[in-house]
Design a protein around this ligand. Structure first.
Ligand code: XMP
Length: 579
């Protein structure tokens, strides 16, 4: 199997169970340097054979001397590359090299004022006390806070003498290891940062990756560019080139199949594969009949005209209608929709192979948060920059995916996951760089089971039609509202912009009056929420005019609807979807 070229410069974030682990990698990438997360017990031989350009040790919830605490492998500090430790990472560094980390009863949480050490006064110039009344009211040594010139620090560089930093710790370093200099302190934490420029080891008790640390980004930049001498060249264009080259090397002249849903991730995979291998990839779009108005046509237009791939539109609307007839239970709906999808997909794959050319690869839109959250990164040991994965490195991940995909007897594909090292907004940026239209790249989340979980009770073609038409109106009106917010604020994700919005058709009817006639028809429920990640959400405080327009249009334009309600439940306690 062909291996992937590693990115030239890779910064690894060693994960000690940090609350902010992903955030560190994000911040580094925002500075245009590729970064990835590795477990604290990573195999050092693998790292030696594929040396990172720099290492960041994350924070973590444990005490360094606690039983079962994730141990820092001393060898990580001896690879000859610059290392920067945050919080637990700093304490672990100190403990590994002969410093001390006394257990204290005084933690420090939230913003703190950091003062850089002055001149040549390394600890001991002034004796101060912890805040009166605190349990730690003992003498602590504290550097002079008034000296105008801080001692030189490559990490703190040109940041101010005093500045706000974000702290979240209980223990802290009591004595630095030999060779280290203390560079800053806070009233509670005398050793708030330290460095040994000879061994290129740096550490902060505070969290530079958190935006409350006002000069945190500057410090990270000092570490990456002044200390590690990296070049900020990890751009979406370079990522696209790298992944395309990696895919070509991996796939060779074999055939690839992709289940294209029209969602952001699978669309970006399709666009990448189109650039990398053109007609060697077949994109199978399974039309369940459960998609939103005009969606199948839009997907087909993009992938049959704009991109040079083999596009198969599998019309499965009738099959789905039959399979779902009479099914009311939401979980059963989901199961039927999922298993029917794979049945249609594999039938299409088998049809393709009738020309005698086998399909070797199955492409998937797995992204980095999926990899991290499933713990799969722990099995990768060393991963590749920005590209897809090789079989050997991600064996465990591939296995778990295979467990989820119901391969028919005798069918086997190898997985290719070109987005598995990218965060969601990087996937969007990549999509734009590859020329995908905005309406796909910035598409709102849409559940796999589609409109079926937005129809309470029976899913019939008539009810689907009603919901699709009402939903189209909701989307038109809220799209327009979001656009107006964008014009006003210049931001696509302003506090007021609506994140997900759709119509729901409940299984009830109510009376109404239209013209001279009484009606007995269905209501539509509008759901519109503000959220960042779907974990929590609040109902959108839409202007009355927008609500009024949706209501009058839905009742006037959608046959079978005589009433409109707005769902004003946050998540929790509600969920975003109704089923
Ligand atoms: P809930 O309803 O749990 O939804 O608050 C959170 C987010 O997940 C989406 N969602 C789904 N996505 N398959 C999916 O791919 C599903 O079965 C599913 N159910 C909910 C939902 O749209 C929201 O963005």
């Amino acid at each position: 199997m062909t291996d992937f070229p590693a990115v030239k410069q890779r910064v690894i974030v060693v994960d000690f169970g940090a609350q902010y682990g992903q955030l560190i990698a994000r911040r580094v990438r925002d500075l245009k340097v590729y970064s990835e997360i590795v477990p604290f017990d990573i195999d050092l031989d693998l790292l030696r054979s594929d040396l990172p350009a720099a290492i960041i040790l994350s924070g973590g919830p444990a005490s360094v001397y606690a039983e079962g605490a994730p141990e820092l492998q001393r060898g990580l500090l001896e690879l000859g590359v610059p290392v920067l430790g945050f919080c637990y990472g700093m304490q672990a560094m100190a403990a590994a090299l002969g410093g001390t980390v006394p257990q204290t009863d005084v933690g420090e949480y939230g913003p703190a004022e950091l003062t850089r050490c002055a001149g040549d006064s390394i600890l001991g110039s002034i004796s101060t006390k912890a805040p009166p009344g605190s349990e730690a009211e003992t003498d602590v040594h504290h550097p002079s806070v008034h000296a105008p010139h801080p001692i030189p620090s490559a990490l703190l560089g040109d940041t101010p003498l005093t500045q706000t930093v974000w702290m979240s710790h209980r223990d802290s370093v009591g004595a630095v290891p030999e060779g280290f200099t203390v560079t800053a302190s806070t009233p509670t934490t005398p050793i708030a940062s330290m460095e040994d420029p000879v061994r290129q080891l740096y550490a902060t008790q505070f969290h530079p990756e958190v935006h409350h640390t006002t000069h945190g980004n500057q410090m990270l930049a000092h570490f990456l560019f002044d200390i590690a001498q990296l070049t900020p060249d990890w751009t979406m264009e370079s990522v696209a080139d790298e992944i395309i080259a990696a895919v070509r090397a991996q796939v060779g002249d074999n055939r690839v199949i992709l289940g294209l849903s029209g969602g952001v991730d699978s669309s970006v995979v399709a666009a990448l594969l189109a650039h990398a291998i053109g007609k060697q990839v077949t994109c199978v779009f399974v039309n369940t009949g459960l998609l939103r108005k005009n969606e199948p046509e839009e997907v087909e237009a993009v992938f049959s005209r704009q991109f040079d791939v083999d596009f198969v539109h599998a019309h499965a609307e009738a099959r789905y209608a039959t399979a779902l007839a009479g099914v009311k239970d939401p979980e059963q709906k989901r199961r039927i929709i999922g298993s029917e999808f794979w049945r249609v997909f594999f039938e299409e794959a088998q049809k393709l192979e009738q020309d005698g050319k086998p399909v070797r690869w199955l492409a998937q839109g797995t992204i980095y948060p999926d990899v991290i959250e499933s713990g799969a990164y722990r099995d990768e040991k060393v991963s590749t920059g920005g590209g897809a994965t090789t079989g050997s490195r991600a064996a465990a991940t591939i296995k778990s995916h295979h467990n989820l995909i119901p391969f028919p007897e005798g069918v086997h594909f190898d997985l290719i996951e070109p987005l598995r090292n990218l965060f969601k907004d990087e996937v969007r940026a990549l999509g734009l760089a590859l020329g995908l239209p905005d309406h796909i790249v910035h598409r709102q989340p849409f559940p796999g089971p589609g409109l079926a979980v937005r129809i309470i009770g029976d899913v019939t073609p008539e009810r689907l039609e009603m919901l699709r038409n009402a939903d189209a109106i909701v989307r038109q009106e809220i799209d327009a509202y979001n656009e107006q917010l964008f014009v006003e604020t210049g931001k696509r994700d302003s506090d007021r912009s609506v994140w997900q919005y759709f119509a729901v058709l409940p299984d009830i009817r109510s009376v109404g009056v239209m013209g001279d006639e009484r009606t007995y028809a269905h209501p539509i429920i509008i759901r519109a929420v503000e959220s960042r990640d779907a974990m929590t959400a609040d109902w959108a405080k839409l202007p009355y005019e927008v609500l009024a327009r949706m209501s009058s249009r839905i009742v006037a334009e959608v046959e079978g609807i005589n009433r409109v309600a707005y769902d004003i439940t946050s998540k929790p306690p509600g969920t975003i979807e109704w089923e």
